[in-house]
Design a protein around this ligand. Structure first.
Ligand code: ADP
Ligand code: MG
Length: 258
């Protein structure tokens, strides 16, 4: 049985994309068959996996979603790319913006991505969807298609406050569209151990949400190496294999698989 994981938070810069890359590749390194989906018109995931010119790609998320909207026959694998570290990628580019409008105007517009995923999910053990930093139709589609949501939260005060709206949205999706969706956990990212601040934030998230929502035991430390890796189109396991971020994402991978 494959698991569909949605990496969501309407706040940008909380490490959704970085987590999708390093959790996805972490799972692939353990022998899992993994597809990562770039559900963001800004294409950060596509670029972070080394496809530097998303606008040059002819086959992307836009292609598959349009096929499903138009109810056309198509090869569901024609848009899938392969990364040398073992994950498959369904890329995106800026044309995905136009699909967001189309999704609003089609009946059952929240479940278009879900229809696509049903076509390919048997090919994978894990499918991870990297969301854009908003709660629009594309993010709804991801949550409607998902089995589990992982919510990365940056260890800083303001991002933590923004969680309320996301949790409300998830609860609404659970009630109206996707009963099987659960929140797998909150992941604290970019922790700077040189400050006490990070510990305060973790305690605050734990106190506010810890009774209702699982908090991953593994938190992700801050390191410039993580940012460098995405610029190079590789994971932290390749760029800084002995580093703290690689160790943390590896431990998170085991935690997600458990
Ligand atoms: P999101 O997808 O939520 O917008 P990103 O994954 O793109 O967030 O991360 C935002 C920025 O922070 C990127 O420049 C990324 O390289 C950097 N970053 C991510 N994780 C870390 C980390 N653990 N340490 C330092 N920088 C990080
Ligand atoms: Mg992103």
């Amino acid at each position: 049985m494959s698991r569909v994981i949605v990496c969501a938070n309407q706040k940008g810069g909380v490490a959704k994309t970085t987590t999708t890359v390093n959790l996805g590749i972490g799972l692939a390194k353990k022998g899992m068959r993994v597809l990562v989906i770039d559900n963001d018109p800004q294409s950060s995931l596509t670029v972070a996996l080394g496809f530097q010119n998303p606008s040059k790609l002819d086959y992307t998320m836009t292609t598959v979603l349009n096929h499903v909207i138009e109810e056309e026959d198509f090869d569901p694998r024609e848009c899938i790319l392969h990364h040398k570290e073992g994950v498959d990628l369904l890329p995106s580019n800026a044309t995905l913006n136009s699909v967001e409008t189309a999704l609003l105007n089609v009946m059952g517009g929240e479940t278009i991505l879900s229809e696509y995923i049903e076509m390919i999910r048997n090919d994978y053990d894990f499918i991870i969807i990297d969301c854009s930093p908003n709660l629009g139709m594309l993010t709804f589609n991801a949550l409607a298609a998902g089995d589990e949501a992982i919510i990365p939260v940056q260890a800083a005060y303001l991002p933590v406050k923004g969680l309320e709206l996301l949790l409300k949205t998830i609860s609404r999706i659970q009630r109206k569209v996707n009963k099987k969706l659960t929140i797998r956990g909150i992941l604290i990212t970019m922790v700077d151990y040189r400050t006490n601040y990070a510990k305060d934030i973790t305690d605050m998230v734990q106190k506010t949400y810890g009774n209702d929502i699982y908090m991953f035991e593994n938190v992700i430390p801050h390191s410039v190496r993580a940012a460098e890796a995405s610029a190079l189109g590789v994971s932290v396991y390749v760029h800084d294999p002995k580093g703290t971020v690689a160790a943390a994402y590896d431990a998170l991978t085991w935690e997600v698989m458990a």
